[in-house]
Structure formats: C-alpha cells, structure tokens
Ligand binder design. Sequence first.
Ligand SMILES: [Cu+2]
Length: 119
Amino acid sequence: MRYLQPALLALALTFSTGVFAHAVVTHNSLKLKPVPVNQASQVELTFNSKVELDLSEVFLVSAGDKMQVIPATPGAKAGTVLLDLPALEPGEYAIKLKIFAADGHLSEDLLRFFVKQPK
Ligand SMILES: [Cu+2]
C-alpha cells in the first residue's frame, strides 16, 4: 500500500468496507502490570478495530522527549498488539502511537507510564 496517499487510501477503504470508527485503545496492560525495572518486557494493547501494523508506528518516549521506534506485532486475539519494550531504568516514559485502522484512518495516542523500583 502507498504510504504517500493516505487520503486516497482512506477513501478507497471507506467505500469498500463501509464506515468504521478509528482504532482506539480500549485496554492496555500498563494499568494492570507495571513495567519491570531494567528488564525487557511486553505491553499488550487492545483496539476497538483491526489495525494495519505495516502502516502504523509506535515509539517509546523517554526523558528529554527522546523517541525511539519499538517493535509492534499482532497479538493472539483479534485487535490486540504486542509492543516490545527494552530494559528501562526507573523514570517517566510514554508510548506514542500512530495507528492506522482497517478503514485507513490514522489516530494518535500517548500512553504515559512510570517505571518504579520495587519497595
Ligand atoms: Cu476511522
């Protein structure tokens, strides 16, 4: 698919598949399961619709607005996506999402989280 023509793509997909909502995160594992200190981990996101991961981008934002791309792979269940987080020192972070829904619409989201040393 042509990344350069999102408007045309959105139009084509809207006409071929009908009208769907944008991809919105309905659940994320950050709320249930804290990100461990200095240990690579995974975050599971659940979306309200199918997402086009080939077109989507996911970034880890760390102190000083440093952004790095992190891998996103389809989860076992429909609408779920697994993100691979590298080992992280204690601090404040965010996951920045640029997600294309199956209808070709782009939505952006920012999920903030803390990595804390266990007490
Ligand atoms: Cu949409």
